[in-house]
Design a protein around this ligand. Structure first.
Ligand code: ADP
Length: 500
């Protein structure tokens, strides 16, 4: 008897960034880790990503696979192949001389403004993804499912809906605030089928909305935490798209991100001064001392060290941190920040550090190693975000025994258990959660945390629970796999119903 080996599920994972090739935020962390978790769950995954100049400079030995000519696009598009980090997952890199070969940030020019041709650049990327999805790119590989992420890949579900028998799509929202909005003339210049220009499709109050391609046309939509999936159906957090999301609520769900244990693991982390585990937690203080030296702060073991890493934008509640920093003079508190973003916020933070150099360290920039050192060296981590789809730093903090102090929103609410008498007693507490994004509530949460820090047995309970939590991509990967399987089953059912 011949037994047929079940075919691996073929997934095309479309993204505009993936760690370690290119990263501006959390999407890159997800795209660098979820495909690996899916491969371990027996999926055949390929990632597709623009070949930005910085990637080609960093990985010069990549292989050219094929050349593609698109009507209306001058020059050729070359598909290159490389791998995702140390894994053997193939990354298809889409190269085009004028769209992607420039150096720097994928989305912004040197002056911090969106590249003026972003609509054209990412429309080109989406058209190539469509060809790969339909096995029309000479790769001899037909994916079963297309997983699109954020606005930069959101036209794909719309383009595929126009093709009979196209594979189904999952669209993941990593941050609804970024929608890919462009003036109406961009719709014409990128040559989209005219029937897509409608408020029920890609039009959003007279503008072209890339993200609506995903929200209207994807077979399923998910976001990066169950709580954020609920929040985006409300006017407060729906960014004008709450009506559409509510309409599609039956196909909308949330899956919390995992963390990449090969990158964020205090036991093996080569970027920190002293590696440690739950059992050798006392050694964490060596990292605190190293962090104090790095930021030129007095080397004091018993001071309460707070950390922050992230984009300096309103979303992250940086204004609340600034107000808090004004109150710490002569309290046994130090603070280390790494981030970049809004110029006004940057200037305010630099000024505070100049005025109080013994307590406040500010580093404006982007630096992977320092991000790890802050996670390893801080006692607690501040995340007063106004909204937070999932958030990764609170997860890294849990892993590094650094207690998160977070606003009760989105993924922060889903992943941090507030310390109360009850949760401390039943060993579920992992951090400090505050209800309203106000200076008062935030300060109170920090005071609660500081009091707990002075009570070593309680603090160590929180540390232990956080460090032991299952934050792996494996469990999130299983949820994605289940979602893919549901999508496929639905699409088979549809095909059967519509077959003449
Ligand atoms: P978002 O995607 O909204 O920026 P997340 O918390 O989901 O926020 O992910 C941010 C990721 O980017 C984390 O891995 C964080 O450590 C990293 N990061 C943000 N800013 C910096 C920085 N200045 N230097 C190093 N890493 C940073």
């Amino acid at each position: 008897m011949i037994t047929l080996k079940p075919q691996k599920l073929k997934v095309l994972f479309a993204t505009s960034e993936a760690h370690p090739l290119i990263k501006t935020g959390g999407l890159a962390d997800v795209a660098g880790a979820l495909p690996i978790a899916l491969q371990q769950l027996e999926c055949d995954v390929r990632v597709i990503l623009p070949a930005y100049g910085d990637i080609l400079a960093k990985y010069p030995a990549i292989t050219a696979l094929t050349e593609i000519y698109l009507s209306g696009i001058p020059g050729k598009v070359t598909l290159y192949a490389t791998h995702l980090g140390e894994s053997n997952i193939e990354v298809l890199l889409v190269e085009h001389y004028s769209a992607f070969s420039r150096n720097g940030n994928p989305y912004l020019s040197q002056n911090g403004e969106a590249w003026p041709d972003n609509a054209e650049r990412f429309a080109l990327f989406n058209k190539i993804i469509r060809l790969v999805a339909l096995d029309q790119a000479q790769l001899d590989w037909k994916p079963d499912i297309i997983h699109c992420n954020d606005w930069q890949t959101a036209l794909v579900p719309a383009l595929l809906k126009l093709v009979p028998d196209a594979p189904p799509c999952l669209f993941t929202i990593h941050n609804l605030a970024y929608q890919g909005l462009f003036p109406q003339n961009a719709f014409n210049s990128i040559g989209l089928p005219t029937e897509l220009w409608s408020p029920y499709m890609l039009e959003f109050y007279g503008q072209l909305s890339f993200i609506k391609g995903g929200l209207v046309f994807a077979d399923r939509i998910n976001t990066v935490s169950p709580q954020y999936a609920k929040e985006i159906q409300t006017p407060e957090m729906g960014c004008g798209l709450e009506g559409l999301l509510k309409h599609r609520r039956n196909v909308l769900s949330g899956i919390v991100n995992g963390i990449d244990d090969t990158v964020w693991n205090p036991e093996t982390d080569q970027l920190i001064e002293q590696r440690f585990t739950n059992k050798t937690f006392a050694q964490k203080k060596i990292n605190k001392s190293a962090l104090q030296r790095l930021y030129g702060l007095p080397d004091k073991a018993d001071v309460f060290m707070l950390g922050f890493v992230g984009r300096l934008v309103e979303q992250k509640g940086v204004d609340l941190i600034i107000e808090f920093l004004k109150t710490i003079k002569n309290r046994p508190v130090q603070f280390c920040l790494l981030g970049s973003g809004d110029n006004t916020l940057q200037d305010m933070l630099k000024k505070l550090a100049e005025e109080n150099p013994a307590q406040i360290g500010v580093n404006i920039g982007y630096d992977e190693a320092i991000a790890h050192q802050i996670e390893a060296g801080s006692d607690a981590f501040l995340m007063p975000s106004r909204f937070e789809p999932c958030g990764l730093n609170q997860l890294y903090s849990l892993r590094y025994g650094t207690i998160p102090i977070v606003h009760n929103v989105g993924g922060l609410a889903d992943t941090v258990v507030n310390a109360t008498d009850k949760t401390i007693a039943d060993n579920t507490a992992t951090g400090f959660v505050f209800g309203e994004p106000t200076v008062k509530a935030f300060n109170q949460a920090i005071i609660r945390a500081q009091n707990a820090y002075r009570n070593t047995p309680i603090w160590l309970k929180l540390v232990k629970t956080g460090m032991n939590a299952d934050l792996s991509w494996r469990s999130s990967g299983q949820k994605y796999l289940k979602l893919y399987q549901e999508i496929l089953e639905e699409s088979y059912d549809r095909a059967l119903i519509y077959r003449p």
